[in-house]
Design a protein around this ligand. Sequence first.
Ligand code: SF4
Ligand code: FE
Length: 493
Amino acid sequence: MKLKNGAEYMESLRSLSPAIYYRGKKIKDVVTHPATAPHVRSAAMTYALASDEKYRQLATATSHLTGRTISRFTHVHQTVEDLIKKVKLLRVLGQKTGTCFQRCVGFDGINAVYSVVFEIDERLGTPYLQRFKKWLTHVQDENLMVVGAMTDPKGDRSKAPDEQPDPDQYVHVVKRRDDGIVIRGAKLHMTGAVNSHEILIMPTLAMSQTSKDYAVICAVPVDAAGITMIFGRQSGDDRRDKRERIDVGKPRFGAVGGEALIAFEDVFVPWDRVFMDGETDFTAEVVYRFAAHHRANYGACKTGLMDVLTGAVAYLAKMQGTAKASHVKEKVTEMIHLCETLYSSSIACSAEGWKTASGAYMVDTMLANVCKQNITRFHFEVTRLALDIAGGFIATLPSEYDLRSKEVGHLVKKYFTGIQGIPAEHRIKIARLIEAMTGGTALVESMHGAGSPQAQRIMILREGKLDEKVKLAKALVGIPKKGIAKKAKTRSA
Ligand code: SF4
Ligand code: FE
């Protein structure tokens, strides 16, 4: 594991030269640029925990490829215990950063691709697993951050990839050469892209034979020729002025993951980094497995965030003298209850994990989808309760400039002081934290990250074994399995 801590990770980013744009200008150094630095620091926490004695057991694993100690974020799950350790690790990271720490997307991509390419090779005799293992060993040994790149722009969503008026709406192979392939297209909403080392490109949906050129899995360094990234805006990002430490809410970390558009304009990928080329029959499985792994995470990382939010409102209520009010206690209780319900879901889909043919472990798909679906509701309910307890002042607070002002600072302090003994600044800091964790960009990820709610509902119905449930109902009241149809036939005969 070459990169041993957060500082080494940050330094490693400086040796790369990705083309990243933000608000129309090129970013020279993602580690120090005010828009990207908070996200770099969140991702750095995944490195920091691996070197922290207290969390090492969770944050590292033993590679099944080399036997060496690696970051868990580069590991292929070998047991149910691995799946559960991941959930625990993600919750701790959510608690420590209060935001998305990004590295799970590549982690889930690695796990989905590993088990699927094993199955492609088994059926078709392709050499993908051997190539993937070589690339993964490099990722593990160097301790690289990988961005899992799945979501294509999709253009006209009523049309398949090969039917699009603009063929680049899905990443596709434009040329096959003796030494590799050339790809073109884009991926949207790529969490952690600007501060990763590698991009793992995967198809975004199940494809038919006609979309062969779009069925591609491959890996490229973030600074490969032809790659351009455009970093997204987040609410409050113009508050990241050095004098506005308090107003951003979480001065060290970002509002959400830090997402980017990645454009691939004729990017060359050597064959030893190509892990699928045209095997459309396997595209669905890559998508389902990646989605299930990532959906399972949300009851872990987001519960970490909810822990922070619950702590923030509880402390704010104390500072405001309302902590003992029965309705406040009731609401805090409900926040905790919902948070732990979500966590149970993540633990459950991991505990019900199963071994794929490759030996890698998968979470239970149904429970993972239920977990993420619940996030799209309960996280919002937890937020609603937090806003209810906090009160309207989190939306009307004067800025830190006023707090520090010689002319009006004393008025801000006087009128934003709650109970005696706690400075107004503390109350303002906590209020800004609540604002950052409940508004703007912060919750969009809970709704749409790892797939929008409808994507989970499709999987829930698909995996719901409705026929078996009908059989259960029939058996209980004594309706024969095919009784009705038979009798109807007999009568009409
Ligand atoms: Fe990881 Fe959660 Fe961020 Fe997804 S949303 S990358 S699971 S922290
Ligand atoms: Fe996400």
